[in-house]
Design a protein around this ligand. Structure first.
Ligand SMILES: Cc1cc2nc3c(=O)[nH]c(=O)nc-3n(C[C@H](O)[C@H](O)[C@H](O)COP(=O)(O)O)c2cc1C
Length: 162
């Protein structure tokens, strides 16, 4: 039987959509910081576009809006603690101070990321209590290791290869 949709059921249903885990970063006139996110996907090949969904109250959103660019750091297995830092409400400036990173194409890229993209902000679109940011990719890179995964409200790793 289909239950009446509500936010809790919505979370449970979409929690079954297994994803990777990213840290979205920004650095500019409004400061530097970042947030853990899994509501993101590739959008277009021509031009190269991605989208990221920011909660309207996320402190990273004004940073990205002011900077006009953002970084997507796809985390590697073993970076759960780093994901916890960026999912927290630590003072924004302390988050990036707590992790090794470097500026690439004007965006912070964390050391040890499984893969990353640097994006120029193209559009912000209202979507309920979130804002969809569309970015054009201006830099891409691959790191090592295996991906960190998120499923049913918990971090996971890929099972060992057979
Ligand atoms: C696995 C995971 C995925 C998340 N995905 C998102 C997301 O896609 N968008 C979002 O706005 N917040 C997401 N969050 C919550 C933010 O990381 C959290 O609200 C964070 O404190 C925001 O930081 P900020 O206020 O410094 O921007 C996620 C958290 C976790 C642990």
């Amino acid at each position: 039987m289909a239950a009446q949709p509500d936010p809790e059921h919505f979370r449970e249903v979409f929690g079954r959509f297994a994803t990777g885990v990213a840290v979205i970063t920004g650095a500019g006139p409004a400061g530097a910081g970042g947030m853990t996110a899994n509501a993101l996907c590739s959008l277009s090949l021509e031009p190269l576009l991605v989208l990221v969904c920011f909660a309207n109250q996320a402190r990273t959103l004004p940073i990205v809006r002011e900077a006009g660019r953002f970084g997507i750091n796809l985390l590697a297995a073993g970076q759960e603690e780093l994901a916890g830092v960026f999912a927290s409400k630590l003072p924004e400036a302390e988050k990036l101070q707590a992790v090794a990173h470097q500026l690439v194409a004007g965006v912070p890229i964390v050391t040890g990321a499984h893969a990353w993209a640097a994006c120029e902000l193209r559009e912000l679109i209202a979507g309920g209590d979130h804002t969809v940011a569309i970015g054009e990719v201006v830099g891409l890179g691959l790191g090592g290791g295996e991906p960190l995964l998120w499923y049913a409200g918990r971090y996971h790793s890929l099972p060992p290869h057979p």
